[in-house]
Each structure stands twice: as C-alpha cells, then as structure tokens.
Design a protein around this ligand. Structure first.
Ligand code: PLP
Length: 385
C-alpha cells in the first residue's frame, strides 16, 4: 500500500515507538505519586513538555497535554467563551469540525469569515467581522486543501482589538515552520498522530498571561488546567516526535519534492486535472486535485484496489455525495467538488512511491473516463480525515 493520507493520520516513527515502549511496559506508576517510579514518570512528562515547547517556540509552562486536536480546540474555545464578555465568535468558514462544532456549542453568535477562491482567508472580510467580536479562531492550514492561512496577520488584527485568538495548527505542525510567538496567537492546538506520534495525544499552547479556565475539571494535573491521570506513553511519544521533527528542520525539501513530482507527472499524463487551492501558500505535502469526468468515490475505490490510500474531498450526507463545506466556501461547483481527491504525503513516502502513485492514478482515471472500470455504481462509504 502507498499511504497518501498523511493529513488523515501518519505512521509512528520507529524512534517514537521505542521511546514509548518502556513506559507502556513498566510505566504504571501514577505520575502524581510520591515515590521514585512516580517521580521518574513525572520527569518524563516534563521532558516531553520541554520538547514540545521548544519545537513551537513556547515556554514549557505554556503547554498543556490533551487527548488530541479536538480536545485542545474545544478547551480553547470554551475557555475563551467563559472569560470574555458579550460578542460573537469569529471563525473561518473552512475550520475543521473540531472548531466548527465547538463554536456552535458556545452561547453566542458565530460568524464565519469567508475565504478567497484559492482557499485563503479573506482578511478584509475577517477584519470587518471583528467589531462586535469577543473571540476568534483561525486555522493555520486547512486539512483538505493544505492551504496555509494568513494567521499572523489575522492574529495581529484580533490583538489590536483585544480579542483573544485560537489557532487550530493540527495540520501545520510538522509540515512547516510553527512558532507561537511569531504567529502571535493566544491558544494553539496540535495533535501527535498528524506528525508521526501516537494517536489520542495532543497539546494546547496557552500563552502566559492569557486568562484560562479548564474544560476538564477534577484533579490538579497539568497545573490544574486539564484534570485526569496523564497519558504517559502518549506524552512521551508526542515529545519524541516533536524533538525528531525539530531536528529535521521545517524546510521539508524532500517532502515537497515528492509531492511536486507526483503532481507534475499526473498533470503531464492527464488532461482535465485541476490543482485546487493556492499553490503558493500550501503545505509541502498536500495535493488536492479535481479530475474532470470522474466521481471521487469511484476513483477512491479503484485506487484502493490498486494499492493507494487517499481521501475524498467531498462529504457523504444522507446518501448523497456533496461538496464539503471547504469546497463550498471556495466556490466549487458540484462536479468539481465531487471529482476531487486529496493526496497527502508524509516524510515516510519515497520518490518511487510518488512516481508509482502518479501512474496508478493516471490508469484509474483513464479507466473511469473510458467507462472501463467495472465497479458498482457510486455508493457512499468514504469520508475524509
Ligand atoms: N483539526 C484539524 C485541522 C484536523 O485535521 C484534525 C484531524 O483530522 C483535527 C483538528 C482533530 O484532531 P484529533 O484527531 O487529534 O482530535
């Protein structure tokens, strides 16, 4: 199988697994305990906190471990909601459901800032929504298109008005430079399984000095900011993944080269392929493409059989394939939305895989276009990560 669904999830790096194994095997002590093995567990947590903090340019006391991106985003939005006065929540129209749904739960109106057709936030329209806003959330990079958002600019606009801002950086982390101070955000969410760490663990950056109120209450873990006995192996794995990615640097020239090779080869092989979203402001790993004359669900089925794992950009709702909210926000028409696929590479994909994938996708598209695919009529059974 060639896994081209890294925006959905990534394989753990072997070093991450090795770092976690001793804690899975023998790390049963509760890190809050008062004995030597508990102190060792606590020390491992603090080492991981240091690793994550230095990777994203924060201080260790600004990092709270959570169960992943969804919990981090929910925590940030609820904390802001509880501590700010009246006013709307301004989020982008292309947020992941973790933010979209969390915003809907708040006891305040939610305003969605539109994006340009290239998938980037329209900063003028964002600025126009800020008067009357009490909190904001702007994702760092979109999970479907890979388009990198003008987050530093948006954060600066919010800051000027004293509006706290969260960013869902789940897709940016591990694929491009991420520095919380340079971005100027108050809260930022990351998730380990998107950058070769384990699933079910993430972190929330909480800028020192910003007001905070915990979502999960109970014990005093995480400096009373997130109650519950810590996921020690997960935290160790997250810290290790962060330190390994920090050592690799944020240039990701190989990753970009593989994605570009795949895309160029496909565009050479086939007519009627559109690259969706800004190519200038794009994660180095993501290729979001529409294939004229094809239904993404059929293509995914053929590619699965051919050994390629990727994801459809459309969503299946009530038995019908519909463009996703991201595609709608970018102004896609139905056919373009229904024919689009997301290919997302990781640092574990090789150059050979990129070339082979381009050839297999070419073959699958040609089969569909010539009516030669021999597959059952379109059925809903797909979803993106
Ligand atoms: N935000 C974005 C942009 C994502 O892509 C995802 C995962 O798909 C999440 C949040 C949710 O993260 P997690 O799976 O860690 O809860």
């Amino acid at each position: 199988m060639i896994h081209l669904d890294a925006n959905g999830s990534t394989a753990m790096l072997p070093e991450v697994l090795e770092a976690m194994l001793p804690w899975l095997r023998d790390g049963h002590a509760n890190p809050s305990g008062a004995y030597a093995s508990a102190r060792a567990a606590r020390q491992a947590i603090e080492t991981a906190r240091q690793q994550v903090a230095s990777w994203i340019g924060a201080d260790p006391d600004e990092i709270v471990f959570t169960s992943g991106g969804t919990e981090s985003a929910n925590t940030a939005l609820r904390a802001m909601d509880r501590l700010v006065g009246q006013g709307s929540a301004v989020i982008t129209a292309i947020e992941h459901s973790a933010v979209l749904r969390a915003a809907e739960e708040l006891q305040r109106p939610v305003k969605h800032a539109p994006v340009h057709p290239d998938g980037r936030l329209d900063l003028d329209r964002f600025a126009a929504l800020l008067p009357g806003a009490a909190l904001a959330s702007v994702m760092a990079a979109n999970n479907e298109t890979g388009v990198i958002q003008p987050l530093a600019e948006a954060a600066s606009m919010a800051r000027e008005r004293g509006i706290p801002i969260h960013s869902d950086a789940v897709q940016l982390a591990g694929k491009a430079e991420l520095n919380v101070r340079r971005l100027g955000v108050d809260f930022l969410s990351i998730s380990a399984h998107k950058f070769h760490g384990p699933k079910g663990i993430g972190a929330l950056y909480i800028r020192r000095g910003i007001r905070f109120s915990p979502w999960l209450v109970g014990g005093t873990q995480e400096n009373a900011r997130r109650a519950g006995t810590e996921n020690l192996p997960g935290i160790v794995g997250l810290g290790k993944a962060a330190s390994l990615l920090m050592a690799r640097g944020s240039g990701h020239s190989d990753l970009r080269a593989h994605r570009d090779l795949f895309e160029e080869r496909l565009l050479r092989n086939l007519d009627g392929v559109t690259v969706n979203g800004s190519t200038q402001h794009r994660l180095p790993n993501t290729s979001h493409l529409s294939f004229a004359g094809c239904e993404a669900v059929d293509l995914i089925q053929l590619l699965d059989q051919a050994g390629i794992e990727c994801s459809a950009g459309s969503a299946c709702m009530a038995g019908k394939i519909r463009p996703s909210h991201v595609q709608l926000a970018m102004g896609f028409d139905g056919p373009r939305g229904r024919s689009s696929l997301r290919f997302s590479f990781s640092i574990l994909n090789s150059r050979e895989e990129a070339m082979r994938a381009a050839d297999l996708v070419t073959a699958a598209v040609l089969r569909l276009r010539t009516g030669n695919a021999g597959i059952a009529p379109t059925s809903c059974g797909i979803l993106r990560g």
